[in-house]
Design a protein around this ligand. Sequence first.
Ligand code: NDP
Length: 246
Amino acid sequence: MTRLALVTGGMGGLGEAICIKLAALGYQVVTTYSPGNTKVDEWLKLMKESGYDFHAYPCDVSDYESAQKCVAQIEKEMGPVDVLVNNAGITRDMTFKRMDKPNWDAVIGTNLDSVFNMTKPVCDGMVERGWGRIINISSVNGQKGAFGQTNYSAAKAGMHGFTKALALEVARKAVTVNTISPGYIGTKMVTAIPQDVLDTKIVPQIPMGRLGKPEEVAGLVAYLASDEAAFVTGANIAINGGQHMS
Ligand code: NDP
């Protein structure tokens, strides 16, 4: 039986690695992209040339109606979602003194409301079928807070509460809900940070002395999605090169 995995933000650095890993393991992979993203056809072609036949649907994950419509279309065309990876996310970093309402709302909407918006239309089906995996991509900065990230740290910390509460509600039906908290991973979200800041401030905080690789996070997603991880639920798994231990 081929399982269907829905990965939000699959065209991003982590999302692409997650899609590739799950596809390599035999999942049918569907992803979402932001409406207005003009590079989707090019990306799908590139993936196809590399041997990955992904399906992609437009969805603004921060918008409830957009998410319901998107998942309904996916389930109609592709079948029920067995694995949901809530990966789409953004940052809008600034100190709290400068933090305005639009930048607060954008980050809470895309990183936290999205988890509700996407989980809502798939969760009941997982419960009815007696199997499901919900995997939320949080951040080390949701565990420990970060300067200039009141919005992002709040959104990512909110995921942990959501994960633990929902895990309790669906555990009896063999649906697991977990969070992964990556540290600094070498995607464009991180490589956009000026190189001197990376070299002098960020990498020195990481005991392993390097950024993480998207494939390392994808490996953890694959584990949580597997049957072997059936007894892991309500967990937050850190993957940060030793930067933060709790
Ligand atoms: P990227 O910026 O590379 O990718 C983010 C993805 O999110 C893009 O594919 C983008 O889609 C999608 N997205 C953004 N806004 C929306 C929206 N409103 N609706 C639908 N999709 C949207 O980031 P990463 O791959 O680095 O990050 C992925 C996740 O991992 C995020 O949740 C991030 O917070 C988290 N994370 C990343 C870390 C890192 O070091 N990179 C560390 C810790 C956590 P599109 O391209 O179509 O706009």
